[in-house]
Ligand binder design. Sequence first.
Ligand SMILES: Cc1ncc(COP(=O)(O)O)c(C=O)c1O
Length: 468
Amino acid sequence: MKYYDKLIFELSQEGRSGFSLPVNRYPAAPEVPAGLKRQSALKLPQVSEPDVVRHYTNLSQMNFGVDTGFYPLGSCTMKYNPKINEEIAAMPGFGGLHPLMEDALVPGARKVYEEMNKALAAITGMYTFTFDPCAGAHGELTGLMIMRQYHLNRGDLARTKVIVPDSAHGTNPASAAVAGLEVVEVKSLENGRIDVEALKPLLDNTVAGIMMTNPNTLGLFETQIEEIAALVHGVGGLLYYDGANMNPLMGVVRPGDMGFDIMHLNLHKTFSTPHGGGGPGSGPVGVAKHLEGCIPAIKVSGFHGNFGVILRAYAYILSLGKEHLQKVGQFSVLGANYIKECLKDKYKLPIEGVCKHEFVFDGLINDGAHDDVPGATTLDVAKRLLDYGFHAPTIYFPLLFHQALMIEPTETESKETLDAFIEVMRKIADEAAQDPNILHEAPHNTPISRPDETTAARNPILKFQDTL
Ligand SMILES: Cc1ncc(COP(=O)(O)O)c(C=O)c1O
């Protein structure tokens, strides 16, 4: 352990101090009522300023983030977050706005919403958007409420079911259940696409709609999407599009043109805002023209969604422009296919063919299993990657494969970065074949190795005092 890996409480020395406050230039505040006063001093560590700075700087370096390394997490990828958009969102004219300000005082903010509505409609082929939802799953719930409202407006009360493919993102069935709809699963074929023949018998006048991601969670484009749209519309249902991962489609094809009626986008993934850690998000919901009237009935957040996230997305779209937005789609597909093709002789590729922005391996081809030593698993590969300075891909999702390893390189990564990742993945595969124990014990170089994740989640130790 390095000296500064010590907790700050362990460095504390009675009487040591790390601050010097300027002389108070303000009138004395009114006396705090005795009953509200602290009875004893706070037990803060007594340390010098350099100790505090080193403590927090060292802590920050124990984390992995997009600003420290390549992050090939599939589905919930951390994407490119241009720093200039952070500066724009922090500009006082934007950052200082209050949601209750009169319309006349905020023409700039109103313009951002109007322009964003036009831009997203052009990118997706939807008619109009609501910006109220504050996350992708929140958008899904809003979209399903719009779907229900549409059927209710027509007096069609029997539509209680939503069809969700088995490859769907986990939030899809969860949102449908929260919206009070019954989830009916449709199976995928061996090629990873929806089994249209299995879909047909599920369709009747109780179906409110189908929720789909295209490309789906395996990164595969649903080639029969037009037929699926015709079938669902044929029985009076609607098509919901999970557009959380819009990258591969941007400027190439539009959900509206594929027949989708409702969709959400994750502005905090595809359009600039850092994603992850439960930070502010934005999941605007777009609808086709015939559903426009269903939006006003739905109010899902206090004000107008997360303006700062919408603003970053606006800056992102304007700075790329039409031509470069199209490249986002092309590069995200190129990067994923490049990695897949360079690794498929070492990792099992269950579904061959061109993928979109992400793809799934089903573990190692040669996991190094001997009579007495178990083979290296997907978890072992993920842990070993940390030793080489790479974040792990998404593991054990989607559930369709036992050893799923889902890889998505962001479109903005250079070929050199992709090559470095490929080299390390190949090296790990060779290590597994020769001595899987290296992988079983990984990571070897991180501040902690393999925490007991279940105990850590159930009994988190959040205070220094709890460690005593
Ligand atoms: C395909 C897909 N749908 C929905 C979501 C849910 O989005 P959020 O985490 O903002 O609720 C995600 C997560 O990023 C996703 O990848």
